[in-house]
Design a protein around this ligand. Structure first.
Ligand SMILES: [Zn+2]
Length: 329
């Protein structure tokens, strides 16, 4: 029986259960955290509040418990380099709540790379990712189960191309699936897929995250024609696309037969260090992140999609079967 790595060890793939494919237990820059541990992060609650280390852990527990209560067994946790990946933190959350947490390896950048990588090539970068997959992350026995990279507004810069090629090579060497953060408004998705294709990645193991930030069905179908999965994974981030347009897009794609290519998730961050609390509050009040939480899909989206015609079988495919197929060859 195939297994998948979690922060509490490998599990039988059949035990994955209902899975949210894109949720962050914490998101903060590790360099800022190391240099100024007092500077804190912001808990994504209403109203948002500044929290210390213990508060960040409590916020992660709160989200984890909320999803477990609603029948979610597993989250894929795509926090990579520059998001403050901390697998011991995730392991403690998993142990306290029973939530299965799947860790990743990779680099979350829109362009910047440390000098360390300037004088090392794609293969040296891939070696680091392969280490996390085969040996363990951050000196632990916890192994990465998927690879993470990103392209955003700056597009495919030389640094971003380098990260994508390194991710692709690590995937080819180990058979590990890829989650690629994309920005539909900059049409990055097809360019990211092109790089993976050039590097001979199995495109059926690639997930183009944040595709749900657009309702341009032509753009989305061009991606789907390549055989990749798409993340309809930012429910609640109204600033990128309002919930009703996200739902209409998912409904249209279900009608066209794409249940086996989509993931529903929120890209929620239990804590985030991007905004001071007063800016976080303004964002909440302006409606930019209305109702954003780790349970929005469960509480609001699934009932609405059902009313629009989604069947139990389609839901099961998106929440249970797709994670299994994406994570195992
Ligand atoms: Zn994310």
């Amino acid at each position: 029986m195939p297994t998948v790595e979690t922060v509490t060890g490998p599990i039988d793939i059949e035990d994955l259960g209902t899975t949210l494919i894109h949720e962050h237990l914490v998101f903060r820059d590790e360099a800022v955290l190391a240099e100024w541990p007092h500077a804190g992060t912001v808990k994504e609650s209403e109203p948002p509040e500044a929290v210390d280390e213990e508060g960040a852990f409590e916020a992660a527990l709160e989200s984890a418990r909320a999803v477990v209560e609603r029948g979610v067994k597993t989250i894929a946790e795509p926090t990579a380099m520059f998001g403050g990946r901390d697998v011991e933190f995730s392991r403690r959350v998993a142990e306290e709540t029973g939530l299965q947490v799947i860790p990743c390896t990779g680099i979350y950048t829109y362009d910047y790379l440390p000098h360390y990588f300037q004088f090392r090539d794609e293969d040296a970068m891939a070696d680091l990712f392969v280490h996390d997959i085969e040996e363990g992350i951050q000196g632990t026995q916890i192994k990465a189960a998927f690879l993470k990279c990103a392209a955003d507004e700056p597009g495919i810069t030389p640094n971003i191309e380098k990260v994508h090629r390194a991710i692709a090579r690590a995937s080819v060497r180990t058979g590990t699936p890829i989650m690629a953060h994309s920005r539909p408004a900059s049409q990055t998705g097809p360019q990211q897929v092109d790089i993976f294709e050039e590097e001979d990645v199995d495109l059926s193991r690639v997930q183009i995250a944040h595709t749900g930030d657009t309702d341009d069905l032509d753009y989305i179908e061009r991606l789907l024609d390549k055989g990749v999965y798409i993340g309809m994974d930012r429910y609640g981030l109204e600033i990128f696309l309002p919930i009703d347009r996200r739902n209409a897009t998912v409904t249209a794609l279900l009608e066209r037969g794409y249940a086996d290519r989509m993931f529903l998730s929120q890209d929620f961050c239990a804590t985030l260090d991007w905004y001071p609390p007063e800016v976080g509050r303004q964002l909440m009040e302006s409606g930019a992140a209305k109702d954003w939480s780790m349970t929005l899909v469960l509480d609001q989206v699934i009932p609405t999609l059902r009313e629009a015609g989604m069947t139990d079988e389609q839901l099961q495919t998106m929440m249970v079967s797709n994670p299994k197929r994406w994570l195992t060859a």
